[in-house]
Ligand binder design. Structure first.
Ligand code: NAD
Length: 361
């Protein structure tokens, strides 16, 4: 399987930037993509980190991803903004969509951002964090089309939709405080984590996958080779239910599409996202929410540790723990992923030595 490399965040950003620039992105786009992907790795979500770059570069080269694209406002109803991502880099489209939504929510108290047709927008927590950093509450529902289905419906034995993520972010209750960021795929694990397991030569946990015959398996290759299996939804009928809602809010109501025959003809990753951004200063709890959030979190975290547990955390804490340790110690990138990144660079004229040097290797 080869050696895992460990790369410090800034050199890793530099390597990603070089490759994006060579694939035609302007400086701003290359920087946004690099920051977004490396932050996902720093947060412990390697599934949505630099390992996505080879897919992005191939899509850019084949014009399934449009470089240097900006989000386009297709209609503006004040508290509702309808946006078209034009298949641009999700790292740019998501950023611009949230900027527009936050600005509007400051004026109106709330903004529904209805975004269709972005290329992969990565870790959805990134967008929740952008809203939270601006003092806004937000919730985000995403569907994924453009590629064949990956996830089986509860009670079904083959894949009918994708890993449809959900995110809700609560802004910090105090200046300098930390947000609560709940952000997950509605499948038992994100597809990127199946890829990471395969690249590392590992099995996935039991109860995560079924093979093409509908039988349980722990082999990640079942999602990549031969007749494809499916990932199961988390939380049985409840996670499945949330996946359906994400599919419909993001796919049907934004002007995008939902998963059905023909939805994956483009053979690229398309995300649609339905976001609700709210200014807490305009809600009934304007004067009390900070106190109530703090009191609740303190109460919950005071629960005695369950046997074998490290204690109670709230969403967003695991990512911050990863950020602290990986900022200090560097980001591990498995050998297969690093080889794929080197090849992506080579495909746009950046030699292996250049990529390794940029990454400080
Ligand atoms: P996950 O299963 O690791 O869950 C992460 C969430 O659970 C975070 O909010 C985290 O803070 C919280 N959490 C984890 N451990 C906790 C604990 N002990 N106590 C309290 N909270 C805890 O996430 P996932 O399902 O593997 O998703 C990974 C990423 O993939 C997400 O960022 C998601 O947005 C992204 N994703 C993106 C797409 C796309 O198409 N763009 C599709 C699917 C998933």
């Amino acid at each position: 399987m080869g050696e895992t490399v460990t790369v410090k965040p800034e050199p890793l950003r530099a390597a990603v930037r070089h490759i994006c620039l060579a694939a035609g992105s302007n400086e701003r786009e290359a920087t946004l993509v690099a920051e977004n992907l490396v932050l996902a790795n720093l947060s412990g979500h390697d599934s949505h980190g630099v390992g996505m770059l080879p897919q992005y570069i191939l899509a850019a080269v084949e014009k399934r991803l449009v470089v240097n694209q900006s989000v386009r406002v297709t209609s503006d109803f004040g508290a509702i903004l309808n946006l078209d991502g034009g298949m641009g880099y999700g790292q740019v489209i998501g950023h611009e969509a949230m900027e527009l939504g936050i600005r509007r929510a400051r004026q109106t108290g709330a903004c529904i951002v209805s975004l269709r047709d972005s290329h992969h927008i990565g870790r959805i927590g990134h967008w929740g964090e952008q809203c939270a950093a601006a003092g806004m509450l937000s919730t985000h529902y995403v569907n994924v089309v453009g590629r064949p289905p990956l996830v089986a419906p509860f009670g079904g034995a083959d894949a009918r939709f994708a890993t449809n993520p959900y995110c809700c972010a609560i802004p910090p209750s105090q200046p300098g405080g930390e947000p609560i960021v709940l952000d997950f795929a509605t499948s038992k694990i994100a597809m990127g984590k199946v890829r990471v397991a395969m690249n590392k030569g590992e099995q996935v946990p039991p109860g995560t996958l079924i093979n093409a015959n509908g039988a349980p398996t722990t082999e990640p290759r079942t999602m990549f080779d031969g007749p494809i299996g499916a990932i199961l939804t988390f939380g049985e009928h409840k996670g499945y239910g949330l996946a359906v809602i994400a599919e419909l809010l993001a796919g049907a109501f934004t002007g995008g599409i939902t998963m059905h025959e023909g939805s994956w003809a483009k053979n690229t990753i398309t995300n649609n996202m339905f976001s609700v951004i709210v200014d807490p200063a305009k809600l009934g709890g304007a004067d009390s929410w900070r106190r109530e959030v703090d009191a609740f979190v303190k109460f919950v975290k005071a629960a005695p540790k369950a046997p074998g547990s490290d204690g109670v955390q709230v969403a967003g804490e695991p990512e911050r723990r990863y950020r602290a340790s990986r900022s200090r110690d560097g980001i591990p990138v498995d050998a297969t992923t690093w080889r794929e990144i080197i090849s992506a660079g080579e495909s746009v004229g950046i030699g292996a030595a250049q990529t390794n040097t940029a990454a400080g290797l």
